[in-house]
Design a protein around this ligand. Structure first.
Ligand code: NAD
Length: 283
């Protein structure tokens, strides 16, 4: 039987519609809507699409959106000065730097300047440290979206064998910690993993976050496994594909995310959820 689709798009719409109601109620008490600043450097077309999506989603839920678009040759100090100004802005609850930034900039130094209370992407070391310690804090949006999807479909990580392919600071590492918190037994595979297929075949829940279209084929998936595809790859014909060969893997898995319409919409929804959480904490 083909796998059941894990519909991230519908879940994201549900989360955003609940958020919109909460914003409407809270803005009367607070006297202002929540605000998110999205900073972008240069003209990467994929980034421009992501930034537009984020700004549109903000406006749809009644959140203020402040776009800051810097030219491709902006100086590091100018971006940092702007972040320091936004840190002090009482109308802003979240600040996000759209990645990647051009190579000559030090992205880590810029990210570290965002005050942890407004770190809507959950990438500041204070927030990552809180995740390691299982303390409350702002969590990275894409891993948080994956956790929401599992929760929505009552897929319980407790006691399960989870394999994450990809160990980035954006996805694989924080997601492994979130799943550990939920008592999963987690393996993180990466580009230097030997016998990848042998490792992935042990997974009850297999998560791919690599950036290589079709990397995960049906022979790498245990029958009945839950398969989550975080990958977003633009193919030469302009279409989007994940890291999982959807056609063949959906014949083996019990649940599977599509690309697009899986994890992607949840990443944006979690960004707004994080911004709202900071807004609620703000006096
Ligand atoms: P990254 O390049 O930072 O990390 C890729 C990881 O994949 C690395 O840890 C690397 O070791 C591993 N890897 C590379 N080749 C491999 C191979 N052949 N076998 C096993 N592991 C291999 O990428 P990232 O930022 O984590 O993003 C990964 C993918 O997820 C990309 O396609 C990106 O576009 C997508 N992404 C999607 C969302 C979303 O909202 N759905 C958010 C962030 C990233």
């Amino acid at each position: 039987m083909p796998a059941q689709i894990l519909d991230g798009k519908t879940l994201a719409q549900k989360i955003l519609s609940e958020l919109s109601e909460k914003i409407e109620q809270t803005r009367l008490i607070k006297g202002r809507p929540p605000g998110l600043a999205v900073l972008m450097v240069g003209d990467n077309p994929a980034s421009a699409v992501y930034v537009r999506n984020k700004e549109r989603s903000c406006l749809n839920v009644g959140m203020s959106s402040y776009g800051r678009h810097f030219p491709h040759d902006v100086e590091q100090s100018i971006v940092i000065d702007e972040i320091e100004r936004l840190n002090q802005d009482p109308n802003l609850d979240g600040i996000l730097l759209q990645l990647p930034v051009p190579d000559y900039l030090n992205a880590t130094e810029i990210l570290y300047k965002i005050t942890p209370e407004k770190d809507a992407d959950g990438l500041h070391p204070i927030n990552l440290g809180k995740l390691v310690r299982a303390e409350d804090g702002l969590r990275s949006c894409t891993p948080l979206g994956v956790m929401k999807l599992l929760e929505e479909y009552n897929i319980e990580p407790d006691g399960k064998r989870v394999v994450i392919v990809g160990r980035s600071i954006l996805v694989g590492k924080p997601l492994s910690l979130m799943l550990l918190e939920k008592n999963a037994t987690v393996t993180v595979a990466h580009s230097r993993t030997l016998n990848l297929a042998q490792v992935t075949n042990e997974a009850d829940i297999l998560i791919a976050a690599v950036g290589k279209p079709g990397l995960i084929t049906s022979s790498m998936v245990k029958s009945g496994a839950v398969v989550i595809d975080v990958g977003i790859n633009r193919l030469s014909d302009g279409t989007l594909a994940g890291d999982v060969d959807f056609a063949s893997v959906s014949q083996v898995a019990s649940y599977i995310t599509p690309v697009p319409g899986g994890v992607g919409p949840l990443t944006v929804a979690m960004l707004l959820v994080n911004t709202f959480a900071s807004y609620q904490k703000c006096p």
